[in-house]
Design a protein around this ligand. Sequence first.
Ligand code: NAD
Length: 570
Amino acid sequence: MNDQQITDAVAQLLGGHGASPAASPVAAPAPTPAPAAPPATTGASSVEDLIAKILAEGGAKPETGACPDYVPGSKRCCWQRARGDNDPTDNLVSKLLAGAMAQSAAPKRGVCPVTGRSAPDTSITDEEALTLGDGVFETMDEAIEAAEEAQRQYLFCSMAARHQFVEGIREVFLNEATLERISRMAADLTGMGNTAHKIIKNRVAAQKSPGVEDLTTDACSGDGGLTLVEYSPYGVIGAITPTTNPTETIICNSIGMLAAGNAAVFSPHPRAKQVSLLAIKMINRKLASLGAPANLVVTVLAPSIENTNAMMKHPKVRMLVATGGPGIVRTVMSTGKKAIGAGAGNPPVVVDETADIEKAAQDIVNGSSFDNNLPCIAEKEIVAVEQIADYLISCMRKCGAYFVEDPAIVKKLEALVINEKGGPQTSCVGKSARYLLDKVGITVGDDIKLILIDLPKEHVFVQEELMMPILPLVRSPSVDDAIDLAVELEHGNRHTAIMHSTNVRKLTKMAKLIQTTIFVKNGPSYAGIGVGGEGHTTFTIAGPTGEGLTSAKSFARLRRCVMVEALNVR
Ligand code: NAD
């Protein structure tokens, strides 16, 4: 029995029993005479049989004339039945619907009709990545139109289907060969970071970005009925992704945005074009094999600032999500659209005299050298209490830090890594410690992961977010001074901070004063995004706009759905 047959059957019953649609304040379809049998389907005759059976069983006598179901009660705070409890119309409709549901052992609409390829095919060559198709369009206009069309179809997919699509995306990127391929490609194309750590980041993005389970429902019920508050899609979301985490951000944003029922238009960093397009094509092919609407995740063949600007202005893009530096975050926040800004950080790590110094040293080296210090959450400067500073340095040297003491080498490093504007030299961002040391005439082995320098707080290496494995250490006379200095060096980004201490009062003090989205206690910074720490992951950490560690619900609107005077069963 299909929807139309149920509607017709209910109309037939209502036409002969109980309330007349003409008397209803709500425009209801005119009662139809007994519906002509629809084209030969199995449901057609069974509808009529069912109605006849129910009528015979119930012995119901058709009523005529207008008779409202409910009338206001005497106290206006409740409603009462106009016709008592044995309204044959209600009974008939209920039985009909129950019968219809029992009959419809038809296949459940788990997924949408297949709109694309029918077999999974993620075998895309590097050259094919730079071609049109599989979600890649010539113009931003075409990409957005296609995404809008896809999202309209997606509205009618079940939650089970959404879940299946999200799981499909995970499956693509949890394939070890794919992980290795996209990670290596990202490192090679951008010249930043290293393959081994990018594999870890891409894997955690695929594994730990929340899916549909993130979309919880709030409900309240009472005499007035039942009210639901649910996470509903925005529609088409424009997502701008950084060069530092190109595929990680596409994986994690796609999972979250699709789980929330949206379509995503990506604006990748031009330097990461090929690997970003490859990831988007892989997602499209997988989704097509699962029967998803085509073009739920799209981009353009030639990502550029002009295309990003066109995307931000397009009226069909209802929400913008920028993961990048302060410039692009400010830009999306000034568009007048709903925007999520995931911006820069300069995470300080405080080490006080109560800390487990050996462990702190290991955690800091691991966190700060992760992907050559590219992550926005990575330790960017140490503030160490004077009393333990030398011991911390000696422990860090044992864990792979190269300690630079010669002021002439520090000068050479400054000249190498700082550009004319006083910021990090792009060609040095994400390079290894070994590479940077080699450029200033020092040869080390691969066991060296980090360059450690004892510096005053005013130094550019302390003040700037370098995104390379040069970690300055600033000394502080006491833990309270260290906390104050850390707050100053974080520059109000409210991004990430780390503290090594066993003094819970000082840990609490720093957490309260620094107000960062992520605050890691006694661990490496990456524990804050679920790597070795509890909780979900994200590669879009929205400090400026306050969503925090984004997940599916960050990409959804809260909507209220109200059923009046019914469904309260208390
Ligand atoms: P970026 O700001 O240079 O670029 C980010 C994206 O914005 C790119 O796709 C770029 O093409 C685009 N873009 C930049 N300026 C633009 C403009 N004027 N008009 C249109 N598009 C523009 O940053 P990046 O170097 O790619 O990434 C590093 C920065 O991102 C760091 O500051 C880092 O802290 C930050 N980041 C933050 C998070 C987070 O979750 N908060 C995550 C990763 C990176």
